[in-house]
Design a protein around this ligand. Structure first.
Ligand SMILES: *[C@@H]1O[C@H](CO)[C@@H](O)[C@H](O)[C@H]1NC(C)=O
Ligand SMILES: *[C@@H]1O[C@H](CO)[C@@H](O)[C@H](O)[C@H]1NC(C)=O
Ligand SMILES: *[C@@H]1O[C@H](CO)[C@@H](O)[C@H](O)[C@H]1NC(C)=O
Length: 367
C-alpha cells in the first residue's frame, strides 16, 4: 500500500485523492481508469472527410505522439471519409495507439451533448479542429464541448483563403478577412465564448499519405506528356507549398507556449521557402528527368487555369509562429520532396492516365 501511494503521489495526485482511491479499489482499477486528478492531457483532433487536406489530422496525431505534454490522442473522424483511401487507410497501421471515433460531422443537428456521448463522456484538454467549416452543427458542438471541458486550448485550422489581400505579401495576420466566411464565423463564435482559442491559416499543402494531389500533379501531367505548360503572367509569382508534416508541426507548436498562442490568436501557416510558378516547373522537370520544359506564359484572364494560379504573388509566412511560439521552421523543402512525389505520381498510375489539354489550348489561344 505504501508503495502504491508513493507511485500515485509521483504521478501528481494529491494526498487526499490518493487516500480515497486507496479505499476505492485495487491497483488494477487505478491503472486501467485513471482518476481525473491524475494530470492527463488528452488531445482531440476533429478531422474532416478528406478530399481537401484530410491528411492533416493524421500528421498531427503522428506529431503529438512524440510530445510529452500529450498523454492520449483521439481522432473524431468524419464518417464520410473513404477508409480505403489515404490517410485513413493508414490509421490502424501508422497510428495504432490513436483512438478513432467516427461521426457524421455533416449532421447539422449535432449538439455538444451528442458529441460528448460519441466520445464516451471523456473530456479533452487540447482540441484541434480541422473539420468545422462554420459555427453551426458539429462546428458549434466542438466549440461548446471545448467550453464544457474547460479545455486549455482550442486550435482551429482555418484557411488563408479568408483574407482579402490588399497587395501586401506575405499577407499579414492583420489583413482584412471576408467577414461572412464560415471560418471567420467559427473564429468569432469561439472568441465570443471566451475560449482559449488559436486559429491557423494555412495555404497549399502537399505531403505523403495525402488525399489531394492535383496541385503539383498539374505540372507533372504536362511535363511527362511533353505538352506545353500554360502559366499566367511572367511566372515569377510566388506561392507557398508546404509539406503537411510541417503544417502539423506548426499546429503542434501551440504547445510550446500556450499563453503566447492565445494572446496572438491568429497565425499564418506555411513554409518560409517560397517558390515561383516557373521554379516549380523546372524543379518538377528535373525530378521527372524531363529535359525540355515548354512553359508558355500568357496574359489576361485566368480562365480555367489550374494549379493555384493567380496573376500576382499570393502567400503567407510563418514569421509569427517562429517569433511567438518558437516554431523551429520547416523540415522539408519542395525541391527535395519532388523525388518521392514523382515516385508517388507514378505509383498512382498517373503517368498512363488518358488526359485532355483542351482547356490549356483555349487559354493559350484566347490570350
Ligand atoms: C473508396 O476508395 C476505393 C479505393 O480508391 C474505391 O475503389 C472505392 O470505390 C471508394 N468508395 C467509395 C464509396 O467512394
Ligand atoms: C483543414 O486543413 C486544410 C489545410 O489547408 C484546410 O484546407 C481546411 O480548410 C482545414 N479546415 C477544415 C475546417 O477542414
Ligand atoms: C512536432 O511539432 C513540434 C512543434 O512544432 C516540433 O518541434 C517537432 O519537431 C515536430 N515533430 C516532428 C516529428 O515533426
Amino acid at each position: 500500500m505504501t508503495m502504491m501511494l508513493s507511485v500515485l503521489l509521483a504521478a501528481g495526485v494529491t494526498a487526499s485523492s490518493a487516500f480515497s482511491l486507496r479505499h476505492a479499489g485495487s491497483t488494477t482499477v487505478v491503472s486501467s481508469r485513471p482518476p481525473t486528478s491524475l494530470r492527463m492531457s488528452a488531445a482531440l483532433i476533429v478531422q474532416n472527410k478528406g478530399g481537401g487536406h484530410g491528411e492533416l489530422g493524421f500528421q498531427l496525431a503522428k506529431n503529438l505522439s512524440s510530445n510529452s505534454k500529450i498523454t492520449s490522442i483521439t481522432i473524431l473522424q468524419d464518417a464520410a471519409c473513404n477508409d480505403s483511401k489515404e490517410p485513413f487507410a493508414s490509421y490502424v497501421s501508422d497510428i495504432p495507439h490513436v483512438k478513432i471515433v467516427k461521426a457524421d460531422l455533416a449532421d447539422e443537428s449535432m449538439t455538444a451533448e451528442d458529441m460528448q456521448s460519441l466520445l464516451g463522456g471523456q473530456s479533452y484538454e487540447y482540441v484541434w479542429d480541422n473539420a468545422s467549416k462554420d459555427a453551426t452543427g458539429a462546428g458549434k458542438a466542438v466549440v461548446d464541448c471545448a467550453k464544457a471541458w474547460n479545455s486549455k486550448l482550442l486550435t482551429y485550422v482555418s484557411s488563408a483563403g479568408i483574407y482579402k489581400p490588399d497587395g501586401v505579401f506575405p499577407i499579414p495576420e492583420t489583413a482584412p478577412v471576408k467577414s461572412t466566411a464560415g471560418q471567420v464565423l467559427y473564429e468569432n463564435y469561439a472568441l465570443e465564448n471566451g475560449l482559449p482559442f488559436v486559429s491557423f491559416r494555412p495555404q497549399y499543402i502537399y505531403g505523403p499519405k495525402s488525399n489531394k494531389w492535383d496541385y503539383i500533379d498539374w505540372y507533372f501531367d504536362r511535363l511527362v506528356r511533353r505538352v506545353p505548360l500554360p502559366i499566367p503572367g511572367d511566372g515569377t509569382q510566388k506561392v507557398s507549398l508546404t509539406n503537411s508534416e510541417d503544417v502539423a508541426s506548426l499546429l503542434a507548436s501551440v504547445l510550446n507556449d500556450e499563453a503566447a498562442a492565445v494572446e496572438q490568436t491568429y497565425f499564418n501557416c506555411g513554409t518560409n521557402q517560397l517558390v515561383t510558378y516557373d521554379e516549380v516547373a523546372t524543379m518538377c522537370a528535373e525530378a521527372a528527368g524531363v529535359v525540355y520544359v515548354n512553359i508558355q506564359h500568357y496574359d489576361g484572364e485566368l480562365g480555367k487555369a489550374k494549379f493555384p494560379f493567380r496573376l500576382t504573388d499570393f502567400y503567407v509566412a510563418p514569421d509569427m509562429a517562429i517569433s511567438k511560439l518558437g516554431w523551429e521552421g520547416p523540415k522539408h523543402s519542395l525541391k527535395d520532396d519532388l523525388a518521392w512525389y514523382f515516385e508517388s505520381y507514378q505509383a498512382r498510375g498517373a503517368m498512363s492516365k488518358e488526359m485532355s489539354f483542351a482547356e490549356d489550348q483555349e487559354v493559350l489561344v484566347t490570350a
